[in-house]
Design a protein around this ligand. Structure first.
Ligand code: BES
Ligand code: MN
Ligand code: MN
Length: 451
């Protein structure tokens, strides 16, 4: 067992060393290598077959082991692509050379999602080797999650038969703390926009023209400010029309999940929490939509001063949505509304980059109960159901196209710094995941077949 622990980690490190950044066209070769590495590992781990299937974008790794078509089938979903590692100078060690410090693996993808997805591959291997695999297993590991999974819907439509399963099992979310296990029962949707505000036909001398010309950067700042009011509500007309208000009973239930505001503030270095009036911090993230500037640029941003009145200003603005809001509709409302905020003297262009829908999972299903029992078995206490603020848009597509519900059994922690410099994943969580996953299969088979 000790030897396996070391080997499992070494194999994960091999995967992490491949810089599979889906957003970077220069990393195409690394994307290919990551798929081959996974395919070979899945075969060596006991899959009957494993293949790399091309899509319109980055390929999908598919593998399966079918024991008996009459048994329940678990489809494991994960992603081998990672976010860009930049800014590199903020990393304490090479993002693509994993190291263990203070019991944590430090690297891009250590948690999101190579570390978490690979727990499933190794749990699968352990079940195969010990002859204890109780269900059929399929793996679908994609390479475009971090760029909005543009090709995966078509992939699902093209491979419906192949992907047929009873449940989709995913580890790509967080738990509350190592001693407070949880299962994610909600994800937010997303509408991601890019805006461009144009003023004069070239950058101008800010002395010769300043005061007489509408500055697009000034205009953009005002327009963004107008998107929310003093109560931190979003002002786009119709924005809240489809938001389902959560009942007081359910809110009371949600409030039982432990949350420490002091620790929250400390962990991210903020003096106080700010958000929509009338809601707690977990509610603002879990059951309410939000709007944020993700990037903003215009004019001179280099060292020192340059007196310039820029010709253009840009921003990337994302809206996190709750279940029942539709991303297409929200994108349309934004596109119609944003230009109306423009002062005289500038023109506005809005682009919809990508979007996806939220998700809620029932806590009464066999699938949820099997996951809860698995966690209770290895953590010694039952998991708390939590609605997360993050998004995995493909989960709603799985439900719509394949008709399969997903279980979000994540083992990450909020401190893992996913998408940030010094991303990490505690060894404890990695091994606890590998230990817990087989119990899911065990209870799932028991509850589905032998009840
Ligand atoms: N694994 C994350 C999503 C996540 C993390 C959900 C933690 C819940 C808890 C995923 O890889 C991710 O980053 N999703 C993007 C989606 C986007 C690129 C379409 C996100 O949430 O920003
Ligand atoms: Mn992820
Ligand atoms: Mn991610």
């Amino acid at each position: 067992m000790e030897a396996n622990r070391e080997r499992f980690l070494e194999e994960l490190f091999g995967l992490i060393r491949i810089p599979s950044v889906s957003a970077d066209p220069e990393r195409k070769e690394a994307m290919m290598r990551a798929t081959e590495y996974l395919r070979d590992n899945l075969l060596a781990s006991g899959a009957d077959r494993a293949e790399v299937i091309p899509t319109q974008g980055h390929p999908v790794v598919y593998a399966e082991k079918i024991l008996d078509p009459a048994l329940p089938t678990v489809l494991v979903y994960g992603h081998y692509d990672v976010q860009p590692a930049e800014p590199l100078e903020l990393w304490e060690s090479d993002p693509f050379e994993p190291v263990v410090r203070d019991g944590k693996i430090y690297a891009r993808g250590a948690d999101d999602d190579k570390g978490q997805m690979f727990m499933h591959v190794k749990a699968f291997e352990a079940m195969v080797r010990t002859g204890t695999l109780p269900c059929n297993v399929k793996f679908m590991i994609e390479g475009e999650e971090e760029i909005g999974s543009p090709s995966l819907k078509q992939f699902c439509l093209d491979h419906r038969e192949k992907l047929a399963a009873d449940v989709i099992l995913i580890s790509d979310t967080t738990m509350i703390a190592p001693d407070i296990p949880s299962i994610t029962v909600g994800l937010r949707g997303l509408a991601y926009m890019e805006v461009e505000v144009t003023g004069p036909n070239r950058d101008l001398h800010s002395g010769l023209y300043g005061g007489a010309v509408m500055n697009p950067a000034n205009a953009l700042a005002k327009m963004i400010a107008a998107l929310t009011d003093d109560d931190h509500r979003i002002t786009i007309p119709g924005f809240y029309d489809d938001v389902l208000e959560v009942s007081p009973e359910e809110r009371a239930e949600m409030a039982r999940a432990p949350f420490d505001p002091e620790a929250f503030r400390k962990s991210i270095g903020i003096p106080e929490e700010v958000g929509e009036k009338g809601y707690t911090t977990p509610e603002r993230v879990g059951i309410r939509p939000s709007l944020d500037v993700n990037g903003i640029w215009s004019g001179y941003t280099g060292e020192g001063a340059k007196t310039v009145l820029p010709a253009k200003a840009h921003a990337k603005i994302s809206m996190r949505l709750v279940p029942n809001q539709r991303s297409e509709k929200i994108a349309r409302l934004f596109t119609e509304h944003f230009p109306t905020l423009a002062p005289k003297g500038v023109t506005v262009e809005v682009k919809y980059l990508h979007g996806g829908e939220g998700y809620v999972s029932p806590i009464t299903s066999v699938e949820y109960r099997a996951a809860a029992r698995a966690i209770e078995t290895t953590f010694g206490k039952p998991p708390v159901p939590v609605r997360s603020g993050g998004s995995i848009p493909i989960v709603a597509v799985f439900e719509e196209v394949l008709g399969i519900k997903s279980i979000l059994m994540g083992f990450g922690l909020d401190d893992d710094a996913i998408h940030s410099p010094n991303e990490n994943f505690p060894l404890f969580n990695f091994y606890k995941g590998i230990e817990t996953i087989p119990w899911f299969y065990h209870y799932y088979r028991e509850m589905k077949v032998e009840k």
